[in-house]
Write a protein that binds this ligand. Structure first.
Ligand code: ARG
Length: 476
């Protein structure tokens, strides 16, 4: 039987190839090569400065690490990316290569790689989030006068503007900003070794500073078993995609013939292989569908960690697929939603038609009566009676004749009846959070501010390419 792998991870013993294949995380964690090399460089620089690795050896190892990263193709078959890198170093440097693993375990190494990965992905997600928020603010700004019904229970409820919809969608994503930002882990795990730390005189602060973390983790036993940062990121992603899925459903519904408020541009409308007339919203259905993957990934991570004893357990390697999928999924959905929403057109005529009978402004009529001194519950009942009377006679509430209204109650006035106008209804809701002009302006301004804040938060995150460039040059 052919035996592969260096055996370095199993005390020199050779694993059965089947067992190695079953246990290897390399097919997935090869994606963490850049993170792994960056972590190794910072660790190496610290070891050199602490006098634990001679400067010359450290220089040679660093050059080799750079080469490994640049020649990213050929990683040898090993248990994981960490062993693959060490094996490559050993091939060219021999025994000297082994110095890199001084005061280090793969347990703290993978904890670092994953944190670096989450940090990078959260920066990318914040950039996309910023663009999406800016797009929503921009669209809202241009659709202040396009009216359509707002819905509760998927029944027409009250008149709103398309701008108000864009702002509502934006409000959900503005909340995701904080969640994604905090998922970028501030703690540096390297230096705790397998679990208990090391008797060698290392300096974790040097590594922390080189890698731009805010603090070092407090306890090794906790550190090597901790995947809270992964859970936080997966939750942030799942919630943002949940939001995307809800926007997608509004768009999907609104571009049906039944609702008809939206039209998809040719650039995003997809056809059917059989029905020539179709303009399908596949893009938005896929956005909605991908939400399921994000929720599944969060669940997979939660279940992986549940009930594990303290310290590192190999079960944790099963975090890989779920976590590595999360960042790119989040980034691509935010991007696709932005591109998609930039290519849907509201049809003002359809919106106006849906509001024409005035029924959605019944609350406004009741509120106008209330302003004229009628207690709200009475006004509600009187307006309800008027709505029913109008429906029986096939008259729109907005066109209810005054004498018809006065047959119900003499407190109805021409001014009260004018409240059934949809545009007035939207304009009159002047409170914060309402549909009125000043309120919508404030909401748009707030979306713009969130877009800026997301961009700033994204650019405040230390990026891998920058770190790598710095570590190549840093004094040994
Ligand atoms: N491949 C492992 C993982 O991804 C690295 C840590 C292995 N540690 C160990 N003690 N076997 O979790």
């Amino acid at each position: 039987m052919t035996v592969v792998g260096s055996g370095a991870a199993s005390g020199g013993a050779q694993l059965l190839p089947e067992v190695l294949a079953f246990s290897s995380s390399l097919p997935l964690d090869r994606q963490l090569l850049r993170e792994d090399v960056i972590g190794s460089m910072a660790h190496l620089i610290m070891l050199s400065r602490a006098g634990l690795v001679p400067r010359e050896a450290a220089g040679a190892i660093r050059s080799e690490l750079v080469r490994v990263l640049e020649a990213a193709t050929g990683l040898p078959e090993e248990e994981d990316v960490h062993m693959a890198v060490e094996t490559l170093l050993a091939r060219s440097l021999g025994e000297t290569a082994g110095m890199i693993h001084t005061a280090r375990s793969r347990n703290d190494q993978i904890a670092l790689d994953l944190r670096l990965h989450v940090r990078e992905q959260s920066a990318l997600a914040l950039e996309e989030l910023s663009l999406l928020l800016a797009e929503l603010a921009e669209r809202a700004g241009r659709e202040r006068d396009t009216l359509l019904p707002g819905y509760t229970h998927r029944q027409r409820a009250q008149p709103v503007s398309a701008a108000y919809y864009f702002c509502a969608w934006g409000a959900m994503f503005a909340r995701d900003l904080e969640l994604i930002r905090t998922a970028a882990s501030p703690e540096m795990p390297l230096g705790v070794g397998a679990l208990a730390g090391t008797s060698l005189p290392i300096d974790r602060e040097v590594v922390r500073k080189l890698l731009r973390f805010e603090r070092v983790t407090a306890n090794g036993l906790d550190t090597v078993g901790d995947r809270d940062f992964a859970l936080d990121f997966a939750y942030a992603a799942a919630r943002a995609l949940l939001h995307a899925s809800r926007v997608a459903t509004d768009v999907i519904d609104f571009c049906t013939a039944e609702f008809g408020y939206l039209r998809l541009d040719d650039e995003i409308a997809m056809g059917s292989s059989m029905m020539p007339q179709k303009r399908n919203p596949d893009l938005f259905e896929l956005i909605r569908g991908k939400c399921g993957r994000a929720v599944g990934n969060l669940n997979a991570l939660l279940v992986t960690v549940k009930g594990l004893p303290g310290g590192y357990n190999r079960d944790l390697q099963e975090d890989r697929q779920a976590l590595l999928e999360t960042g790119p999924l989040l980034v691509s959905v935010l991007r696709m939603l932005r591109l998609g929403l930039g290519r849907v057109r509201f049809d003002p005529e359809r919106g106006r038609k849906a509001l024409e009978d005035g029924a959605t402004a019944a609350t406004d009529v009741a509120e106008a009566l209330t302003q004229a001194g009628v207690p709200f519950r009475t006004a509600y009942k009187l307006t309800g009676a008027l709505v029913r009377r109008c429906m029986d006679q096939g008259i729109a509430l907005g066109r209810a004749p005054l004498d018809l209204a006065r047959q119900i109650d003499p407190r109805f006035t021409p001014e009260v009846l004018r409240a059934a106008d949809a545009a007035d209804s939207v304009a009159r809701k002047k409170n914060a959070g309402g549909t009125g002009r000043a309120s919508v302006d404030a909401q748009i301004a707030s979306l713009r501010a969130s877009a800026k804040a997301a961009a700033a938060a994204g650019s405040a995150v230390p990026r891998l390419d920058r770190l790598l460039a710095e570590l190549k040059e840093a004094a040994l």
